[in-house]
Design a protein around this ligand. Sequence first.
Ligand SMILES: [Fe+2]
Length: 285
Amino acid sequence: MRNDEQVTIAYAAVEVRRPDRWRDFVDAITGGDARVDWNAARRSRALRVTEGPRDDLVALGLAWQDEAAYRDALARIAATGAMLETIEAEGAARAIRCADPAGNVLDLLLAEVTEPGDGSWPIGHVALASPSPEPLVDFYEAAIGLRLNERMRGRVGPLDLRGGFLGSPARHHCLAVLNVPGRRRLHHIEFEAPEVADVVGMRARAKAAKVPISLELGRHALPDGTVSFYAHTPSGFEIEVGAGMGAGVEGPAPEGPMPSVWGHELTLPARLRVMGALALQKAGL
Ligand SMILES: [Fe+2]
């Protein structure tokens, strides 16, 4: 049996063209409380932002704290045919870099995940976008060792959604893989606020700062249960600010998504972006 949170998000590293805009953006949606490492800081479960042309995810760090579990995972990953390369990673006893079946760079760390104790809001989950999510869901479940807590299959607005939510018995998901259309590897990253009241407060703050919102304040259906809103970053992917995620489910993963309990309306600019991305996808561009 896999124990709780055997593997966790260590960090998500993104390259952004406009770090100056990002600082204002993060301040407007989290009051500066989001755990973002702008330069040399290396906190657990942080978003690492560096300046660069991609405006997308450049590496996802995953951490195991137990050496035997780490070795088992490396063996399963190698068995998929993935190339494993040893890298240097500060604070990790071992670090291996590989790519998932879609080419997303993964840093696999044997490292302690410690809370920095500074009150910052950590990354709760990362959602990857792929037109073919099934091999990715299989890889993250069977090779990485996350628990598939919900499969996604169904129509949401203009989208025929497929994918999965992977986490642990204690956490509905720390990773989601969705076939949302677009040019980026990353669909969204969620920062986990301590309380639902913080999320509601930040939505008001974002409104005052005129930040573009993609999904309005709402609550995902159970078993997820997160209360959140989604803001459109200067890099073109989304940041979700949320609180209150539920646990995983016993037994086989149910099939979702159920509509949100309330809210999460797609705003008009976001709807237009989705329609545009769908049109490009249909045209094979
Ligand atoms: Fe999310």
